[in-house]
Write a protein that binds this ligand. Structure first.
Ligand code: ZN
Length: 313
């Protein structure tokens, strides 16, 4: 009997020690972190989700979940400091998303073997508000009708290459958070972002599509400058969009320039803000000299004028 009591005493003693030790270790290992998720936004706008921790982050991501509880988009975060303790997701709010009560689920994993890839997560409500966009009827001549409807191998090739370029999320992309400025001294807008454009063609076809950029009319030859630092990832003459430039500012974040008269820059070059990109023109599917300025975030078209009000992150 005495032996038994001693046994239980030793057993409980050991168990108690193990318990205390375990929780102490867990306390040390527990990482401290902060995830900042905005409460709301509008369609056609963009947001960022920030991750900040006291130790190196292995990976972080955010999932947008709609009001039917369906995950719509999962985005990886990218490091914004050398220590890799701060990451950010830049996300566009698509014009085709249902304005309602959504949720954002953010996850973070630390570079720490002791944590065995444990996922820390936070889910927060996220309200998407509507944005009103105007409707506009446009009639196009034979030249522009042919540009849209004449099939060609070259056109398909160009379409595929463009899609590939804006789909890429190069983790090594140089980070240019902003602030952005206008690409030249703008006097007016001839066609806003998001406009529901009813296009009538000479072949009798009628389409309804949104306008994915902002059109700024200006005389041919007006110099277009880089609104922020970026890398030239595409600079070529295209059948539909004319002389075209695409700049990369962050993995998956691109600004786009259409209908240029001249292109001054070459692909692969990293430019500072204000570097001369080219000249305003009316090449490709265009009815007069103007710059079509576009912003794509993870392929989603976003109103580029938001860049003039806030940094990317
Ligand atoms: Zn346009």
């Amino acid at each position: 009997m005495k032996e038994k009591i001693i046994f239980w005493f030793v057993f409980f003693g050991l168990a108690l020690t193990a318990c205390t030790k375990g929780s102490a270790e867990a306390q040390i290992e527990k990482p401290e972190y902060e995830i900042t998720i905005p409460e709301s936004s509008n369609i056609g706008n963009f947001i960022n989700i920030r991750f900040k921790a006291n130790k190196k982050i292995e990976k972080a991501s955010a999932v947008f979940i709609n009001n039917k509880n369906t995950p719509v988009q999962k985005l990886d975060a990218f490091p914004i400091n050398k220590e890799q303790t701060e990451f950010v997701v830049i996300a566009g709010i698509a014009t085709w998303w249902q304005p309602s009560e959504w949720q954002i689920k953010a996850q973070i994993v630390f570079k720490d073997k002791k944590l065995e890839n444990e996922i820390f997560e936070e889910t927060k409500p996220f309200t998407i508000h509507d944005t009103e966009y105007p409707k506009y009827i446009m009639k196009f001549n034979k030249k522009n009708t042919d540009l849209i409807y004449k099939k060609s191998e070259k056109k398909t090739e160009q379409k595929n290459r463009f899609a590939e370029v804006i789909k890429a999320k190069d983790p090594k992309a140089i980070l240019f958070p902003g602030p952005f400025v206008l690409p030249f001294k703008v006097t007016r807008i001839s066609s806003p972002f998001g406009e529901k454009r009813i296009s009538k063609y000479t072949n009798g076809k009628v389409t309804e599509r949104r306008h994915w950029g902002v059109d700024y009319p200006a005389p041919t030859g007006t110099v277009v400058s880089a609104p922020c630092g970026g890398k030239v990832v595409l600079a070529e003459s295209r059948i539909v969009t004319g002389n075209t430039i695409v700049l990369e500012h962050f993995p998956g974040v691109y600004t786009i320039y259409y209908h240029l008269h001249k292109i001054y820059v070459k692909e692969g070059v990293v430019l500072n803000q204000g570097a001369k990109l080219g000249e305003v023109g009316t090449t490709g599917f265009s009815t007069g000299p103007h710059l079509h300025w576009e912003l794509r975030i993870n392929e989603i078209p976003i109103d580029p004028r938001h860049l003039l009000k806030k940094n990317l992150y």
